[in-house]
Design a protein around this ligand. Structure first.
Ligand SMILES: [Zn+2]
Length: 81
């Protein structure tokens, strides 16, 4: 049985399957450190939360939307390899 709650998506990466959720600016109340670029995501900025679908959400991380997208694309394509 599959559970789909509002706004969650599954995405496969090089390091397993992730569940992502888009956070709107109004619900982003804190600053977070983005693991993609190590810059801060200030409060009020829409971004992406991702956690491993194998875990229970303890490893959830907050990413800039663009950093998350770049991460996914980097893992899928190796055009000059
Ligand atoms: Zn970032």
């Amino acid at each position: 049985m599959e559970r789909i709650t509002g706004g969650e998506r599954r995405e496969s990466g090089p390091d397993g399957e992730w569940v992502t959720r888009r956070i709107s600016g109004s619900s982003a109340a804190k600053a977070y450190r983005c693991p993609g670029c190590y810059q801060e995501i200030p409060p009020g900025v829409p971004h992406v939360v991702a956690w491993s679908s194998a875990g229970d959400g303890d490893d959830r991380r907050h990413w800039h939307s663009s950093c998350w997208d770049k991460r996914a694309h980097r893992s899928v394509r190796h055009p000059r390899y």
